[in-house]
Design a protein around this ligand. Structure first.
Ligand code: SAM
Length: 278
């Protein structure tokens, strides 16, 4: 018996006009739609007059549900996977299902459409020839700072999904750990209050501090040209100035030089210790 096809169907990230004709047709034609949240997807389907059967497929039932969906595909039925918004599998459930389907030689067909990261990048004004998509940063402060520090030498534009509640803390960490990089914050893309904030981290942070940031956010960070170019000489020169000539504390000198040079905090700290221990 021929196996059915698994369609990975992108849906809008806000503006329903971004639904594609093909997505509507596939969602009408398949035998079953697997959705991250069936109530949420039912509203979208109703808007487009789609009355097809829905089943849930989300992070906590993916083991069991994945098996059942694969069984149906093996019986020759076709299934469409959708998430709450955007492209399934991109910081959304779906990867394991696709991986297992590929292993079982079940045809997997993408039905492309909206994806917040790509939409944000396309209008960011940042170079788009290569970028590193990092999904969500860890929510715990320690882990988040560790992750940000680990990306300090990355030469590509960094792209993150971020929650509005954490944006200020994340930008503060970026300023401290990566220096005053150029960033773009894309908020509520395709929606009524769509907004792009562009500039050095310090300025964007200043603009939002004390304000309630709402909505969905993509954060993009330009690699530091200085980081690529700056040698140890520049760091040492700045550190000598602050530590030896101006006599400011090691902690403050490291903070200032990290921001001014765009070098990682750990690299600056190491150089500062060497100067102190001379
Ligand atoms: N799979 C989705 C995609 O293709 O974009 C992403 C799902 S992820 C769970 C949700 C995150 O994507 C949000 O927290 C936000 O960071 C980002 N996002 C989704 N819609 C957005 C929008 N309209 N504007 C800005 N960011 C958005």
């Amino acid at each position: 018996m021929n196996k059915g096809t698994l369609y990975i169907v992108a849906t809008p990230i806000g503006n329903l006009e971004d639904m594609t004709f093909r997505a509507v047709r596939i969602l009408r034609e398949v035998d079953l739609i697997a959705a991250e949240d069936t109530r949420h997807s039912r509203k979208l389907l109703t808007h487009f007059g789609i009355t097809n059967s829905l089943t849930s497929y989300f992070d906590h039932n993916k083991q069991v549900k994945g098996g059942l969906i694969l069984e149906k595909l093996c019986q020759g039925l076709s299934v469409a996977l959708v998430s709450d918004a955007g492209t399934p599998c991109i910081s959304d459930p779906g990867f394991q299902l696709v991986r297992d389907a590929v292993k079982m030689e079940i045809p997997v067909v993408p039905v492309p459409g909206a994806c917040a990261a790509v939409a944000a990048l396309s209008a960011s004004g940042l170079p788009t020839d290569s970028y590193a998509f990092e999904g969500f940063l860890p929510s715990r402060k320690g882990k988040r700072r560790e992750k940000i520090s680990s990306l300090c030498e990355e030469k590509r534009v960094l792209v993150f999904y971020e929650s509005p509640n954490r944006l200020c803390d994340t930008l503060t960490d970026i300023l401290e750990l990566l220096g005053d990089r150029t960033i773009v914050v894309a908020r509520e893309i395709t929606k009524l209050y769509e907004e792009f904030l562009r500039g050095p981290v310090s300025e964007v942070l200043h603009g939002i501090e004390g304000k309630m940031v709402r909505g969905e956010i993509v954060l993009m960070i330009l690699p530091s040209e200085k980081a690529a170019a700056a040698g140890t000489g520049e760091i040492e020169g700045l550190l000598e100035k602050y530590l030896c000539s101006e006599g400011i504390s090691l902690k403050d000198a490291v903070r200032r030089v990290t921001q001014e040079s765009g070098q990682s905090k750990s690299r600056v700290y190491e150089a500062a210790l060497q100067i102190k221990n001379k």
